[in-house]
Design a protein around this ligand. Structure first.
Ligand SMILES: O=C(O)c1cc(=O)[nH]c(=O)n1[C@@H]1O[C@H](COP(=O)(O)O)[C@@H](O)[C@H]1O
Length: 287
């Protein structure tokens, strides 16, 4: 059986590198004629799943937009996760969990265990309790054929000071930055955990399309073999047509994530917006 990296690579080869975000912002719910409630978020999510199915490889529900409605919101999210997986989409739960290792085990159980009500194919995790705090979660993911995306170089400008800071611990290389150290530590599982024949490993990294990897000291070789989730396209300013130029040798590993630039098209414009985003991604292959 393929691991997450193998399944992701196969899906991206077949359906391209676009990941559609499922972010039911209150303002979007209103524009779509839906209530700002768990039921509204559920309808919104299911409509995005319908539009995305067969057109893209991956969807990424941002769980905060469901969590804000409490238990009803989580029930809505369960329905959206299940519908997406049943529609053949790979699902990244954007939960950005991060805690001490023993607590992370429970998060891994919640988001990655087969049969869990919130089961996804991968989950976003935060390394800021130390990349080693993610060791158990990564092992859990590898065992179950699941994936994680570790925050390495996030798309928001206020992260620069933290993520470009030099690490001074003994196992860091001289001058190594937080972003590069996190990626080299957590990415170790891609070297021993890759299922034979899988083109990509189970440990992915979030690398914003809006950031300068050189400024962050994030080296191309550190990201070798890792799926890269790149938010920042569309509403945050980066252009899909520039993906190959922005990511260079890493471009084939990049999953380009866009939420508001697609969702803002409204329920009737979703399919056209997804097609237009896919077409823009194709353009940079020619350009
Ligand atoms: O992990 C993420 O997906 C993420 C990481 C990051 O560095 N920046 C970032 O914007 N995101 C998420 O990506 C989505 C971006 O949404 P748009 O800016 O509307 O495309 C949101 O759901 C964010 O929570």
């Amino acid at each position: 059986m393929s691991g997450f990296g193998g399944r992701l690579h196969a899906a991206m080869t077949e359906r391209g590198r676009l990941c559609v975000g499922i972010d039911p912002h209150a303002a979007l719910l209103e524009e779509w004629g839906l209530d700002a409630t768990a039921a509204g978020a559920r309808d919104f999510g299911l409509r995005v799943v319908d539009a995305a199915a067969g057109r893209v490889a991956v969807v990424k529900p941002q769980v905060a937009f469901f969590e804000q409605y409490g238990s009803a919101g989580f029930a809505a999210l369960e329905d959206v996760l299940r519908a997406a997986r049943e529609a053949g989409l790979l699902v990244i739960a954007d939960a950005k969990r991060g805690d001490i290792g023993s607590t992370m085990d429970a998060y891994a159980q919640a988001w990655l265990a087969p049969g869990s009500p919130l089961e996804a194919d991968a989950v976003t995790v935060s390394p800021y309790l130390g990349p080693d705090s993610l060791r158990g979660t990564i092992a859990h993911a590898v065992r179950g054929g699941k994936g994680v995306f570790v925050l390495a170089a996030t798309s928001n400008p206020e992260a620069l000071g933290l993520q470009s800071a030099e690490v001074t611990v003994v196992d860091a290389e001289r001058g190594q930055t937080v972003a590069d150290w996190v990626a080299s530590h957590a990415g170790a599982a891609n070297r021993f955990g890759v299922v034979e024949g899988d083109a990509l490993g189970p440990v992915g990294f979030v690398v914003g399309a809006t950031i300068d990897r050189d400024e962050l000291g994030l080296r191309t070789e550190t990201l070798g073999g890792a799926p890269i989730l790149a938010p920042g396209f569309g509403a945050q300013g980066a252009r899909l047509a520039d993906l190959d130029r922005l990511f260079g040798a890493l471009a084939p590993q990049v999953l380009a994530s866009a939420s508001r630039s697609i969702l803002g098209a409204g329920p009737d414009g979703l399919v056209a917006a997804i097609d237009a985003h896919n077409a823009e991604l194709q353009e940079n292959r020619r350009g």
